[in-house]
Design a protein around this ligand. Structure first.
Ligand SMILES: Nc1ncnc2c1ncn2[C@@H]1O[C@H](COP(=O)(O)OP(=O)(O)OP(=O)(O)O)[C@@H](O)[C@H]1O
Ligand SMILES: [Mg+2]
Length: 564
């Protein structure tokens, strides 16, 4: 409030306008690197590797090839690190290398509506930018689409314009197909903690059993995460958006750019499950909207009414062919290969939808014993062999994945952690699973993963998603619980037998002295009695266990009903 006699000063239009500045998306993320996962030294290094490895796996999937991926980390005397990532995927066409590695929000995936690890077109270019702002260096890339010509260059980002800058280009003939990127980084650190490159690759190997991943650590140790399955995963189909998944803003945006000339043909051609009959049903529900009009003339109010009418109609569920889960047999092979567990249960749930129309699928597994649990060794290593955990050392670990990509950070806000938290583990006698040699595995598959942020670290806590994860995990927990019961029973039986047999000889001796009968005959008779008696007890135990499991099943199904 101006004081008495004080004249309110009007700032001129020119003065105000002078303050207005535009800035690029590159500048924005340069200032907000934490949004993309670049916080902390170990985590920043893992983030760079994550971006490259997900791109490599996507590129191999596009090339329908079994991935062979090399990640090499070298430490330099000045404290900087060099990361090399090489794959045998599609390669990047020479004319797109600048966009791929030197321009944020550019890529081949976000417009495809296909289940891919990458979605946004930021990952690789931001790694280039991170190198640039921490070391002042450019990123070196070598790539070939396999036509005999190899192209190499250095890339950086023009931050003001969000444009790529290319230098030191060379092109030559050689036998190479794929992409090799070499980048120098500062403000990063290498170790083998739970958030490390090592752990990231270990988990990537579990969820991608068809790939062979080699890690060269700064001390030159070479670790091979071996291929567990030679089947190339099925390519997920591209799909059109399902009407139940769209918002008013999506509809307006699509109507603004569609080549369709009528609203009716726009809806039929650009959405899945929309037939001409469905358009008729829609037009009957929304008064005064002419579906023969040009889509571009659609107003926000009309779009709002259409979206609301869509939610009132019955629709065929989205096509689940668009989803490519890991598959139970592949996942089983992979977990056995890497964890060598004593007990393993893998569950694949049927596809479901969230937010009304986005299809998704949950796969879960619980592995017990062997190398299960955090710090679990790996099955093969080139010049070193990690020792497996002894059961007593095991610590329960939760491994979260989205479209086969490990989510190492931001566990707290993730739907998977939330689902784990809400399960009553004591029902399965796994109350202290965090202290047991247990690996809990969950992979969430969808064309559209509802990440909580641009860093793609956690899955949004949608109700339908949490319920599915719970159901899958409870099924796994039942199986582990029955294995543990079986183990306890076997131990008890063993103990009983041992007690009987320990005294058998002495009792036969005493009886023989009293009765004057042959000791060996008495011993044989006693052995028979002991065996009959213990098998009777075993049968009683087994019956008891059956009853317990039945009760567990009943409890669990009421639990599942509660969660639906
Ligand atoms: N190793 C690679 N092989 C082939 N193409 C690649 C490779 N790395 C990147 N690309 C191409 O560069 C594009 C940009 O990669 P970038 O990681 O920035 O984005 P994205 O993977 O599309 O999405 P996201 O930001 O979610 O990772 C990709 O869409 C892809 O076309
Ligand atoms: Mg990417």
């Amino acid at each position: 409030m101006p004081k008495k006699n004080e004249v309110e000063k009007v700032i001129s239009e020119d003065e105000l306008s002078k303050e207005f500045k535009e800035y690029s998306v590159a500048e924005f993320f340069k200032r907000n690197r934490q949004m993309l996962g670049y916080t902390g030294k170990v985590r920043s290094l893992t983030t760079v590797v994550h971006e490259y490895v997900t791109n490599s796996l996507d590129a191999c999937e596009d090339a329908k090839i079994l991935p062979e991926i090399l990640v090499e980390i070298k430490s330099l005397p000045n404290g900087h690190f060099v990361v090399i990532n090489e794959d045998n995927g599609t390669g990047i066409p020479k004319k797109n290398i600048g966009q791929a590695l030197g321009m944020l929000l550019a890529g081949t995936k976000f417009a495809r509506r296909q289940q891919k690890r990458g979605q946004q077109g930021i990952g690789a270019a931001y790694a280039t930018l991170f190198s640039q702002i921490t070391t002042g260096k450019t990123t070196h890339v070598k790539s070939s689409i396999g036509d005999g010509l190899v192209y190499e260059c250095d890339v950086s980002v023009d931050i003001n314009k969000n444009n790529p800058v290319i230098s030191n280009e060379k092109e030559y003939r050689a036998k190479f197909r794929g992409t090799r990127i070499e980048i120098e980084l500062a403000e990063v650190e290498y170790n083998r903690s739970n958030y490390s490159v090592y752990e990231y690759l270990r988990r990537t190997a579990i969820a991608n059993p068809h790939s062979q991943i080699t890690l060269v650590e700064p001390n030159n140790e070479i670790i091979v995460f071996p291929r567990a399955a030679t089947e190339i995963p099925k390519q997920p189909k591209s799909i059109l958006p399902h009407p139940l998944g769209i918002t008013t803003s999506d509809l307006m945006e699509m109507a603004g750019v569609t080549p369709a000339r009528k609203l009716s043909s726009f809806l039929e051609s650009e959405f899945s499950r929309v037939s001409s009959d469905k358009v008729k049903e829609l037009s009957a529900l929304v008064a005064n909207i002419d579906f023969e009009r040009a889509p571009k003339t659609l107003t926000w109010e009309e779009a709002e009414r259409i979206v609301s009418a869509i939610s009132k109609l019955k629709w065929i569920a989205p096509d689940s062919d668009a989803l490519a889960p890991i598959g139970t047999s592949q996942l089983e092979k992979s977990l056995k290969n890497l964890l060598a567990p004593e007990s393993l249960k893998v569950v694949e749930r049927p596809s479901k939808v969230f937010r009304g129309g986005i299809s998704f699928m949950v796969e879960a597994a619980i592995a017990y014993g062997g190398n299960s649990g955090s710090g679990g060794g790996i099955a093969t290593s080139a010049n070193s062999r990690s020792e497996p955990n002894s059961s007593s050392e095991g610590k329960g670990e939760l491994m979260r994945f989205a479209n086969r990509v490990p989510l190492l950070f931001d566990a707290g806000s993730c739907a998977i952690s939330e689902a784990v938290k809400t399960i009553d583990w004591s029902r399965y006698e796994l109350k202290d699973w965090e202290k047991l040699p247990i690996s809990i595995f969950v992979n969430f598959t969808s064309v559209y993963v509802p990440y909580t942020g641009a860093g793609k670290l956690a899955i949004a806590q949608e109700e339908e998603i949490i319920a599915e994860i719970r159901n899958a995990l409870m099924e796994c927990a039942r199986s582990v619980s029955s294995y543990l019961h079986g183990m306890q029973r076997a131990a008890l039986q063993e103990e009983r037998r041992a007690i009987f047999f320990r005294y058998l000889k002495e009792v036969a001796q005493v009886l023989s002295e009293i009765t004057g009968k042959e000791k060996t005959v008495l011993e044989e008779k006693l052995r028979k009695i002991a065996e009959e008696r213990t098998s009777l007890l075993e049968a009683e135990d087994a019956e008891e266990q059956e009853d317990e499991l039945e009760k567990l099943e009943k409890d669990a199904s009421s639990d599942i009903e509660d969660s639906q």
